[in-house]
Design a protein around this ligand. Structure first.
Ligand code: ATP
Length: 200
């Protein structure tokens, strides 16, 4: 099985690429979903969340109180503190999912994460794909997707790294400044080149 990391800034088109690949048969793991899973299943993480962000971090039924944590993290500027609790646990949790995907017979495992280059141990993915789009496209697309304001999106972009500067650290760059169909086509072509060779 081939492991592929997909990264890029907000609204660059990562999830769209992953949707295309899911349709083509890849196993997709989203880092945000994995982080949420770790927050409710890892006892050490759970305790730390309660210690740092209060018992309101969890609802009565044990579910994550995402509203409370989002407020603490984003409105009170405590994202780094939250990440410091959760992110160290992600590589091991991702490895477990990789094993599961392998056992289920998938050819390609895809890990989608904006912080991929920071949080994965170097070399833990066979290939890294970077999705890039110009800022004006990203703002327009996220505005439409999330109904958020331009100022809010610009703030979020500012907090991320400049992905144009890491093109030399990745195996594939997808430039997503055209139509959705063009992006889908590019994603399909890369998928075919990632697929392991099969004897016929
Ligand atoms: P985030 O980091 O915020 O999760 P992302 O990198 O996963 O963003 P997507 O969700 O794939 O980005 O794309 C952002 C939005 O832009 C989506 O609504 C998607 O359908 C749309 N989109 C992506 N590429 C294009 C395109 N080429 N033309 C038009 N819309 C696009």
């Amino acid at each position: 099985m081939i492991t592929v990391g997909v990264t890029g800034g907000i609204g660059s088109g990562k999830s769209t690429v992953c949707e295309v690949w899911a349709d083509l048969g890849a196993y997709i793991l989203n880092a945000d979903d994995l982080a949420k899973q770790v927050m409710v299943t890892n006892p050490e993480v759970k305790q730390q969340l309660i210690d740092h962000f209060g018992s309101e971090s969890f609802l009565d039924d044990g579910q994550l109180n995402t509203k409370h944590l989002a407020k603490e993290a984003f409105e009170k500027g405590r994202v780094k503190e939250l990440n410091a609790i959760v992110h160290p646990k992600l590589p091991a949790a991702a490895s477990q999912e990789i094993e599961e995907a392998e056992a289920q017979g998938y050819d390609i495992f895809v890990y989608e994460a904006a912080l991929l280059l920071e949080n994965l141990e170097h070399g833990s993915m066979d290939y890294i794909v970077l999705v890039l789009a110009d800022e004006d496209h990203r703002i327009e697309r996220v505005k439409q997707r999330d109904n958020s304001s331009e100022a809010e999106i610009k703030q979020r972009i500012k907090k991320q790294r400049n992905f144009e500067k890491v093109t030399d650290r990745v195996d594939y760059v997808i430039r997503n400044n055209g139509t959705l169909e063009e992006l889908e086509k590019k994603a399909e072509i890369i998928y075919q080149s990632l697929l392991p060779e099969r004897d016929t």
